[in-house]
Design a protein around this ligand. Sequence first.
Ligand code: ATP
Ligand code: MG
Length: 286
Amino acid sequence: MKRYKDIAGDGGSNIAGQVEAQQGRLRQRLASVRTIVAVVSGKGGVGKSALTANLACCFALDGWKVGVLDADLNGPTQAKLLGVRGRRLVMADGGVEPPRTELGVKVMSMDLLLAGDAAALTWDATVKDEAHTWQGAMEANAIREFLADTNWGPLDALLLDLPPGTDRLATIASLAPTLAGIVVVTIPSEVSHLVVRRAITAASHTKAPVLGLVENMAGLFPGPDASRFAADAGIPFLGSVPFDSALSIAADRGEAFVAKAPWRESVRALKRIADGIRAALPPRRA
Ligand SMILES: Nc1ncnc2c1ncn2[C@@H]1O[C@H](COP(=O)(O)OP(=O)(O)OP(=O)(O)O)[C@@H](O)[C@H]1O
Ligand SMILES: [Mg+2]
């Protein structure tokens, strides 16, 4: 029996060539995406996904072309949050057309693939039933395909909603050559700060700058001061979003809360944070 060391080269499958071709496709696809921003937290359930969806809507309201990639393959929520759950995926121009929200936000999520026909066409390798969990290298491959096979078109910003934990950040940073920055989310509790501190360290190990810390669900617990936490960690503080049950209800309905309820304090806070992120990103070309 042949052992791996007896096989010279790659056994004729030209793996190096295939990887090169896929990387080329990825580079080409992302050439029209001006900035990519990853939203992360070491901690689960702090509102990363809700924040990503709302920030995308803030950018869209300001006239930006925006996309959201749900990089949480095992807990995809963006299709639901952005109100496009159940939409069919359509093949066009060698890729998949992402559904658009009323505000024009383009959304791609594993949740959209599980039911659609386009899934079987393009993402042969990645389509699994809902009980399947994605891990390690397979997850990285699936995210690479999502990035490369979606017709994002020209975008000012592509927001990536990451799963909880820190281990996916390095994968994303290596896949997204134009990763312009990382937004870190916490909630006001010492436990959250403890875990989020590790996410900040993981983020600082990537080449992308940490754009800042967002405190979400402010006021829900009498937690430690988030701006001081950011200062201690050496990153900017982008602001606090108050706990607002109306935000959560809108999220469950897939409504664009920032457009529906602009008077609410939580929406004002989200808009200020969106402005802060925009100011920290490279300027738009004229
Ligand atoms: N500021 C807020 N006020 C009230 N509810 C909020 C707020 N932010 C998020 N939520 C709600 O909290 C819940 C968890 O939010 P979300 O799913 O966005 O967290 P997550 O960090 O993405 O979770 P996971 O780690 O599982 O991906 C959701 O029901 C969401 O609507
Ligand atoms: Mg989430």
